[in-house]
Structures are given as structure tokens and as C-alpha cells.
Design a protein around this ligand. Sequence first.
Ligand SMILES: *[C@@H]1O[C@H](CO)[C@@H](O)[C@H](O)[C@H]1NC(C)=O
Ligand SMILES: *[C@@H]1O[C@H](CO)[C@@H](O)[C@H](O)[C@H]1NC(C)=O
Ligand SMILES: *[C@@H]1O[C@H](CO)[C@@H](O)[C@H](O)[C@H]1NC(C)=O
Length: 480
Amino acid sequence: MGVQSLAVACGALALCLALTTATNPGFVVRITQAGLDYANQQGIAILEKELAQLKLPDISGDSRVLRVGKVHYELSRLRLRDFHLPYSRITPIPNVGLQVSISNAFAELDGDWRVKFYFVSRDHGFFNLKVENVYMKITLRLGSDTAGKPTISTSDCSARISKVRLLLSGKFGWLYNLFHSVIESKLRKSLESKLCDNVAKSVQNELQTYIQTLPVTARIDDKTGIDYSLVAPPRTTAQSLDADLKGEFYSLDHRSTVPFSPLPLAFPSDHDRMVYFGASSYFFNTAGIAYHKAGALVFEITEAMIPKDAGFKLDTSVFSAFIPQLEEMYPNMTMKFRLSAPTAPFLTIGPGGISFQPTVDAQAYAILPNSSLAPLFLLSLTGNVSAVINVRSGRIVGSVDVGRIRLSLKDSAVGTFKVRMMQSLMNILTSSTLLPRLNARLDEGFPLPLLDRIQLSNILVKYHENFLLLGADVHFQPRG
Ligand SMILES: *[C@@H]1O[C@H](CO)[C@@H](O)[C@H](O)[C@H]1NC(C)=O
Ligand SMILES: *[C@@H]1O[C@H](CO)[C@@H](O)[C@H](O)[C@H]1NC(C)=O
Ligand SMILES: *[C@@H]1O[C@H](CO)[C@@H](O)[C@H](O)[C@H]1NC(C)=O
């Protein structure tokens, strides 16, 4: 695009702002045609029930009937018996929204009729109307509100009924003709307009309320939350409905701007699951920042945590094997380690999986007889962490394993010593205390952005450049 045409394109200030502030999402939710088909099944069942409750106003009027003259007619107590929507489909229309097409729907309606003619004669009875070949086309527009919650509304609706069949009780032949010619068409028009009114109302009252159950801020624990607000209105392509979410963890007490931006997610064209979640490396790395900011990345290893079968105690007599001077300075004293992350951990995601080399500071203390702590030495621990991610009960769960831990000495109050000798001991120490507790937390997982009463099954986990792709089928649990 040339400078001039860019200037023209940016003529509308709003567009310019939209272009310059566009941010990549940290988390993407994609609903495929399979997902829309499932949504269609569930939605249509609800719409059938709604339409069966549809109320039509009474109809009355005057008409001239051959050899009878002026006839006043009234239709009242119009009741829909049922409404069947056997054929329907929801398809995404690129850049427009979702189109719901309903064809060959049918319904049955009944009510009372009453006529007055020759000014004095009256008659009344009961009628039944079979409505067939009902076609509807509804366009749903998706958006997002100021809180970043999704919105949905009917932007277009048309309804056409191409066949009605009237059955009525009565003794006059002309009555049937009157109803057939005049009243059938009035009933048809009345029903056609009511159908769209009713759909718009259902979308507003049911669907909009339902999709607003998206938890745009998910509180995880007393320290952190996840921001799942929409960064733009949901997008439709020919194959899917995509929602771009912020996908950012934050510290409840100290929310701050993240010092890096999400990279674009090159979503694959997978489409056999109903829904796909793209969780970017940004998403996971903001978790590291949030927990670091919240002061949660601190862990103490105490003597009480050492498993009985570990074969050693956490005391200076064990460590004096590596640091002989400990024996003299702090003889026979219990020790403890305080582990902390000097910086927020940072991981990368690629087709090969998650790679992660966190650095942890481990400060060793001797516990003096009067319970105060004597700092001994400060180690820096690093190692390759492998992570396995899964989805369970609507949550991203994981577990990690650490390869060989490498040590370096950062500081010492007890003189120098060779840290390499301590490597095995530190490996056992961390893998028997920190790792099981960390994995227990990761196993509780973190909530996915799911609407109310949605359960996931048939989980698929794949690694792509910069993001993790989670695929699933959906089951909607009706209320009650
Ligand atoms: C270390 O302490 C234990 C019990 O607290 C005691 O039995 C042992 O004799 C002590 N060893 C030394 C070398 O002081
Ligand atoms: C504990 O004992 C050490 C050395 O014996 C001493 O330096 C320190 O002040 C004591 N701390 C307290 C709180 O009594
Ligand atoms: C981690 O893995 C990389 C590549 O596999 C290797 O070069 C590096 O030495 C490993 N780091 C540690 C601390 O084991």
C-alpha cells in the first residue's frame, strides 16, 4: 500500500486507531463447523421450545362474501400446538457473523373462529392450521462489550411460510372459502412476523445471557487471576468462528504491564474437533510474571519434608562431607533451604514441545539452638525442565520433570567449596520436596475460558511455534 492510499485508508480516525492498537491475542478460541453443528443441535432444541410458546394476537376483520354479503370474522385463542425445526444449519459468513438457516420447519396452530353476517346471524367453531415449509434465515452478529465479554444480536431475519392447510368445523361451504382466501394469508403474515420477533427475543434473552457467562476474569487463587477478555469482536472465516482473548495472568495485588507482547499464532487448519484453544507462550510466561510479582515463587525445604526413606537428614553433619569447615562452625545443626526465583521463569514453545530452563536461587541456613538462622551459602540451580500438558475438567493441567540440576556457587559465608560434589544431593533434595509439591499444584490446573455448563472430551494436545494447541469436543450439560 502506498503512503497516499494508506493516508486515505486512515482517513477515518477510528480505523487508524484500530490499526495501530491492534494487539495479538495471548489466547485464541476457535469454534469449528463441527462445533457450530453441535451448537445448532442444542440451540435449535431450545428455539423449538420457545417457538411452541409463541402467542399470536387475535385476528378480526370484515369481508364480502358472494350471496352472503358483509361478514365480520374473528379468530381468537390462537395457540401453537408445537413447532418442529428438523432441518437447520449454522454457518460462519466471513466478516459478517453466523447465519442460521432453517428449512422445512412445520407447526400446528389452533383456535376459535366466530362470524357474524346478515347483521344478525352468528356462528362459531374451532379451527386447526397446519403450517408447512417454513423457511427462516437469521444473521447473528457478534461483538464485544466494554468488559471484553462477547455479545450477540440478530442483525437480519426473514421468515417465509409457503404452505398452510386449514381444517375447520362449520356447516357453511362459503365459510371455508372465506377462511381460505382471507384469513389464511392474515394468519401466515402474522406468524411470519412473530417468528422473527421471537427469534430476536430468544437471541437477546437466552443466547446473549448465555455467552456472557464467559469468565473474562478468572480468579485462580488468592494471588493471581487470568484475563480472558476479548481483545476484538469475534471473527468469522469461511471455516470457523475465532475469538481473540487477552490470555494474560496477573497478580491480584500488583497488576503491571507485561514487558513483552504476544507473538502471532499461526493456527493450523485442523477441524475435526469442535473447539480449539491456542495458548501462546505469552499466556504461560505471564503466569511466571504474575506468580513472581505476587511473591509466590518462594519455597522452603525443611528437615520435616525429607522423606523417611531418603537416607539422609537435612543437617550440617551431612553437608560437612562437602564443606568440612561446617562441622566446626555449626556442629550438628539442622539446616534449611530457601528457594526463590531471581527473575520470572520464561519458557518457549515449539513443535518439539516446551523448553524451559529456569534458574532458582537456593540459600542454605543452619538453624541455631535459639532458632535464629545463620546463612551458610547461596547456590544457583538450573536444569532443563520438561513439561507435559493436558486438559482435565475444563482446566489446563500439567506436570514437570527436571533433568540433571546444575549448581553454581553465588555466595558463601562458610568459605569456598566444590559445589559439583553436592550435585546428587541437591538433585535428590529438590526432586523429593519441591517437585512433588509443584506437580500437585500444576495438577490442580488453571481454568480454560469456558461458557457455563460446558464439558470437554476427546482432548488433543499439539505443540506449534509459540503456542500450544488444545482440541476438544464439547458437551453441553442442560440445567436441572
Ligand atoms: C548430634 O546430636 C545428636 C542428637 O541431637 C546426638 O545424639 C549426637 O551425639 C550429636 N553429635 C555430635 C557430633 O555432636
Ligand atoms: C542466637 O544465637 C546467636 C549465636 O549464639 C546469636 O548471635 C544471636 O544473637 C542469637 N539470637 C537471638 C534472637 O537470641
Ligand atoms: C539443557 O539442554 C540443552 C540442549 O539439550 C543442553 O545443551 C544443556 O546443557 C542442558 N542444560 C542443563 C543444565 O542440563
